[in-house]
Design a protein around this ligand. Structure first.
Ligand SMILES: C[S@@+](CC[C@H](N)C(=O)[O-])C[C@H]1O[C@@H](n2cnc3c(N)ncnc32)[C@H](O)[C@@H]1O
Length: 296
């Protein structure tokens, strides 16, 4: 367990507040977490995709740059925001620049170092915590009005643990915006064959996806897990959230070269973005009964 508990906004007076305690996954020897921590640290050293901080242009309109203006009512000033699995100097500093009291949790110290640098350079208050999204015991219950999670749940085997933790730290009526990799995209081959982008990986599985090279929608060196739709959407409901909207960010371009990211996206949308609201009494909803559902 992470030692100590921090309330959101503990760092409001200093520029950047770092909570550094022995991460639980080290003590519990969870190989996926350790592999992903190392892989993301290496990605930062090698300046790979998704390790670029927000630009000056992004900071001109931070809420639009972070992609949530419409869902967040156009204003996050004074809100307590948790950016989960979101290191890299982008989401956290942008929310802080938009006036939110912001905390970033990420497993990679190198990704968090970028957040610290950006916050320092721009004089933004930011709390960064090195830890895993499926154990937020360093954070108080109901500490956040908004939890924003870019694509990162693919790195944990059990998404229901993440949802349970997010439900605990989100205040009643608070918002959880999360983006995930779509299962079918993870099942399909990276390159097109004469039969299209063939589905090759099983949907039902109890092991990570095989490692991949040269993929524009997966990250080499990481261990990634496919989460089924019932886990992505039903899991949210069972954790006590009400889904208010679902988007598939569009990356398709029918004029793009075969095998490029944009070409594959014409057939296989890579991501789904979900807006959910925490119910007032989430634990009552937690055990949805399958017996009440009509199944064909
Ligand atoms: C695709 S990046 C998302 C943030 C990036 N700034 C962006 O704009 O896309 C995925 C992040 O998930 C983090 N991550 C991987 N496993 C994690 C875990 N178990 N708990 C918390 N963060 C994790 C990685 O370190 C990485 O920073």
């Amino acid at each position: 367990m992470l030692a100590g508990t921090v309330a959101a906004g503990a760092a409001a007076k200093s520029t950047c507040h770092v909570i550094s305690t022995p991460p639980f996954y080290v003590q519990r020897r969870m190989p996926a977490h350790e592999q992903n921590r190392r892989a993301w640290n290496r990605r930062v050293r090698e300046r790979e995709r998704f390790t670029e901080p927000a630009t000056d242009e992004d900071f001109r309109d931070p809420l639009t740059a972070v992609g949530g203006a419409a869902w967040l009512g156009g204003d996050v000033r004074g809100k307590r925001v948790l950016c989960l699995g979101a290191g890299g100097g982008r989401q956290g500093p942008l929310f802080a620049a938009a006036g939110a009291t912001t905390t970033v949790v990420d497993i990679s110290s190198a990704m968090l170092a970028i957040d610290r640098e950006v916050a320092h350079a721009r004089g933004l208050p930011l709390t960064v915590i090195e830890g895993s999204m499926d154990d937020l015991s360093a954070l108080s219950a109901a500490a956040f009005d908004l939890v924003s999670q870019p694509v990162s749940t693919c790195y944990v085997p059990d998404i229901s643990r993440v949802y349970r933790e997010v439900a605990r730290v989100t205040a009643p009526d608070g918002i959880y915006v999360s983006q995930h990799k779509q299962p079918t995209s993870l099942q399909a081959e990276v390159r097109m064959s004469s039969r299209g982008y063939v589905l090759e990986e099983p949907y039902y599985r109890d092991s990570p996806l095989p490692e991949v090279q040269g993929s524009p929608h997966r990250e080499p060196g990481t261990l990634e897990y496919l989460h089924r739709w019932e886990e992505l959407l039903g899991g949210l409901c069972r954790a006590g959230f009400v889904i208010e909207d679902v988007l598939e960010p569009r990356h398709a371009d029918f004029s793009a070269a075969i095998d490029s990211f944009a070409h594959r996206c014409c057939y296989l949308p890579p991501y789904v973005r979900i807006k959910a609201r925490r119910g007032k009494n989430p634990l009552k909803n937690a055990s949805a009964s399958r017996a009440n559902i009509w199944l064909p």
